[in-house]
Ligand binder design. Structure first.
Ligand code: FAD
Length: 432
């Protein structure tokens, strides 16, 4: 029997983990490389950013997650080089040879060529991002408490969220609730209920990917919470003092002085994809074939948010969502497993299947106990949708402890409007 095959998986997100799990017990050595030691359940990051959950509720050590899988070793390191000719990847100065490579590095938020805006409008992708946003939100209320000038106080109490997709909607609803319900009694000089939360969306409706009726409902629910929803409006400048908006209908610019601006628009795939020599789209995603491998290199797969793959059913690209990553990861894991098994038997390598994405639905919450959900042909809104959302997310969280802790925190928030993770962490209070 020949040497055991080496499978290198880069990225321990939804896609990478799904792939690794499919290789459990397969006749190969799997090396899972990630630059973080933990897997993050990104759909709940906004809850860390808005002090409803703590980081450990939504993240788990990758080493622990795969500890029972004997053929998998974990490497903590950032992959900086891929050589598809030599079949190696480089991380932390070490070289890892592979027979199969699976890239699952995901994507980060993008500023449409204005990377300098990141300093004033952080995006939400990692635990560190969530803690930074939490810090800025809570510091804004502290600064408003100290401000004597009404104009300054107004700016301190203005929160602008750029991007009306699920993350923007969820952040806007949660911040409005913090200001109106969770903290007013904790402040003496400032009335936090006067805070202004503005959701900026360049398109005609929030949640554009959802059925129109749910967009309308989400907007109504946000407005009921006091959120100013500005559709047909985009940010043209972001700086230390706020945002400049361009209103499409009037063609006029408008200035919003705001201490806290959060970016929830646009994503860009990992730059690593560009090293493969394959076609890369405008968002940095690697174009893959129906079997999710790149042209000319059947041993190199790209999955999840990092891939650009036309859905065989709709012709549209598979969306950058958790299910797209999980399903593509599982598909590639099965493909590799089947080929390894055929090689071990000395039989012919099976013809590869075609990846088919199954849309299991979409959900977004609006505040503490409201949500919208589209599952198949069915639409849900309000409390029922929120119960559904909670159940789906609790079940999807990794680890029994995280599930129990999240349920307890949500019950507490539901009953008492209390957000247990209201800690300003990081650097000292900063320039209040
Ligand atoms: C705030 C937010 C909310 C979301 N909400 C939803 C939702 O409600 N529903 C939904 O379906 N989807 C949601 N998504 C999208 C979903 O989380 C992603 O589609 C999914 O995480 C993609 O999985 P992935 O495995 O491709 O990448 P990721 O989960 O992003 O994992 C990538 C991994 O690769 C690692 N990595 C990156 N570069 C390197 C490198 N060079 N070397 C080593 N490791 C590297 C990273 O550390 C990370 O662990 C949300 C995303 C965000 C950011």
């Amino acid at each position: 029997m020949g040497q055991r095959r080496r499978v290198v998986v880069v990225g321990g997100g939804f896609g990478g983990l799904a792939c690794v799990r499919e290789l459990r017990g397969a006749a190969c050595d799997v090396t899972l490389i990630d630059k973080k030691n933990h897997h993050v359940f990104q759909p709940l990051l906004y809850q860390v950013a808005t002090a409803a959950l703590s980081p450990a509720n939504i993240a788990a050590p990758i080493r622990k997650i795969v500890s029972s899988q004997r053929n998998c070793s974990v490497v903590l390191g950032e992959v900086t080089g891929v050589d598809v000719g030599l079949r190696t990847v480089t991380a932390g100065g070490r070289v890892y040879p592979y027979d199969y490579l699976v890239l699952a590095c995901g994507a980060r938020h993008a500023y449409f060529g204005h990377d300098g805006w990141e300093a004033w409008a952080p995006g939400l992708k990692t635990i560190e991002d969530a803690l930074e946003i939490r810090r800025r939100i809570l510091l804004a209320f502290e600064a408003a408490e100290l401000a004597d000038d009404p104009g300054v106080r107004r700016a301190e109490l203005t929160f602008v969220i750029v991007g009306g997709g699920p993350t923007g909607v969820e952040l806007a609803g949660a911040i409005a609730e913090i200001a109106a319900k969770s903290i007013p009694r904790d402040f003496r000089r400032v009335d936090t209920r006067t805070a202004r939360v503005v959701l900026v969306q360049s398109g005609d409706r929030v949640l554009e990917e959802y059925p129109e009726a749910l967009s309308v409902r989400a907007r109504r629910d946000l407005e009921a919470l006091g959120v100013h929803v500005r559709t047909g409006t985009r940010a043209t400048e972001v700086d230390r003092h706020g945002v400049t908006l361009l209103v499409r209908e009037t063609g006029r610019h408008e200035r919003l002085d705001a201490r806290c601006v959060i970016w929830a628009a646009g994503v860009r795939a990992s730059p690593l994809g560009a090293q493969l020599g394959a076609e890369v789209d405008r968002a940095g995603r690697v174009r893959v074939g129906a079997d999710l491998s790149i042209e000319g290199h059947p041993e190199v797969f790209v999955i999840g948010d990092q891939m650009a793959c036309a859905d065989s059913a709709t012709g549209r690209d598979v969306p950058g969502v958790a299910q797209g990553a999980i399903q593509s990861g599982a598909f590639v894991g099965k493909t590799i497993r089947a080929e390894l098994a055929a090689q071990a038997r000395g039989g012919a390598v099976p013809v590869r299947g075609v990846f088919r994405y199954r849309d299991l639905g979409s959900m977004a919450t609006i505040g503490r106990a409201r949500a919208v959900a589209a599952i198949g042909n069915r639409r849900f809104a309000g409390f029922i949708a929120w119960v559904l959302w909670s159940a789906v997310h609790v079940l999807a969280l990794i680890g029994f402890r995280s599930k129990v802790m999240a349920m307890l925190e949500w019950a507490w928030l539901y009953l008492f409007w209390s957000r247990g993770a209201r800690l300003i962490t990081g650097e000292e209070a900063g320039d209040l």
